[in-house]
Design a protein around this ligand. Structure first.
Ligand code: HEM
Ligand SMILES: [Ca+2]
Ligand SMILES: [Ca+2]
Length: 309
């Protein structure tokens, strides 16, 4: 069985508008919520496929994905997902899965931030378990380029998908702790990452004081210093002038292992053409949304996204 854009046409015809309305409301108090929701879909799909596993709370017998390094103190937006779910349970009880809510919320967030529109494939069902170990294996900002591209390739996402999906960092924030080594002690050298633009480095050091100077690592930085809240292609222009925030962002320009293709030409292409970035981003989001979905009678439609029924 396959996903389809019209999956809820009969059972919950206003699902897209409903999700959109709740996000619009949340956004007035918290503009960052668009970025946070987009990230949740990624972190869900990369662990056990797009099955809502990320949303499950810890139980005495099951470690949550929320407790994994990439998510703890970092993944946010869960109360908004709860609000969306509650609104949909009121309108169409027991119909819309939490996995589909994340897919819809990602698309709507991109669109509201000024990015492309696409018809979201729907019909995923929710999984019955979280996978803490899987979440520990999410791509990390300290992974070298080849590990990053391999983690995407393992899920059927090629280098173009990888570069396009990283473009999600055209919106949102990252905590100082994710870049502290780049600013003060790159690869144990006691120096800054030499690939960082000097003016950008100086600005980041002001925002993120060293631990010895009292920095606690929780300060926030724009992932895209040029247009932090707009979904556009300036993320790639930043990388071209060594203003990628995370090491994993800038890594797209680093030399690949022998025999592997360079991702630099794709960065260049997206920096030069927002239309090509948008087109590849949509393709890649639909591919990512198709990772190992539960369909038919597999899994369930959760009543609360935090617990199995
Ligand atoms: C190479 C793979 C990736 C790595 C290593 C990575 C890493 C990170 C890190 C470290 C943060 C900051 C978290 C924090 O400080 O709390 C972040 C934020 C973010 N990531 Fe990624 N990411 C990757 C790919 C993606 C993809 C594929 C998407 C979505 C399609 C995405 C969307 C986001 C967004 C929107 C934010 C900002 C969230 C917010 O402001 O709440 N990332 N990412
Ligand atoms: Ca999942
Ligand atoms: Ca931007």
């Amino acid at each position: 069985q396959q996903l389809s854009p019209g999956y809820y046409d009969a059972s919950c015809p206003h699902v897209h508008d409903t999700v959109r309305r709740v996000i619009q409301e949340a956004r007035t108090a918290d503009p960052r919520i668009l970025a946070s929701l987009l990230r949740l879909h990624f972190h869900d799909c990369f662990v056990n496929g797009c099955d809502g596993s990320l949303l499950l709370d810890e139980t005495p017998t099951m470690r949550s994905e929320k407790a994994a390094d990439a998510n703890v103190g970092s993944a946010r937006g869960f109360p908004v997902v709860d609000d969306i779910k509650a609104t949909l349970e009121h309108a169409c009880p027991g119909v819309v899965s939490c996995a589909d809510i994340l897919a819809l919320a990602a698309e709507i967030s991109v669109e509201l931030a000024g990015g492309p529109y696409w018809r979201v494939m729907l019909g995923r069902r929710d999984g019955m378990a979280a996978n803490f170990d899987g979440a520990q294996n999410l791509p990390s900002p300290t992974d070298p380029l080849d590990d990053l591209t391999q983690k995407f390739a393992d899920l059927g996402l090629d280098d173009t998908d990888f570069v396009a999906l990283q473009g999600a960092h055209t919106i949102g924030r990252a905590q100082c702790q994710t870049i502290q080594d780049r600013l003060y002690n790159f690869s144990g050298t006691g120096q800054a990452d030499p690939t960082l633009d000097p003016a950008y480095l100086a600005a980041l050091r002001r925002r993120c004081p060293a631990a010895a100077a009292g920095g606690d690592g929780t300060g926030l930085n724009d992932l895209d210093p040029a247009t932090p809240d707009t979904f556009d292609n300036s993320y790639y222009a930043n990388i071209r002038c060594n203003r990628g925030l995370l090491r994993s962002d800038q890594a797209m320009l680093s030399a690949p292992e022998e025999g592997a293709e360079s991702t630099a030409p794709i960065v260049e292409r997206f920096a030069n053409s927002q239309a090509q970035f948008f087109q590849s981003f949509v393709t890649a989001m639909i591919k990512m949304g198709n990772i190992a979905p539960l369909t038919g009678s597999m899994g369930e439609v959760r009543r609360s996204c935090r617990v199995v029924n």
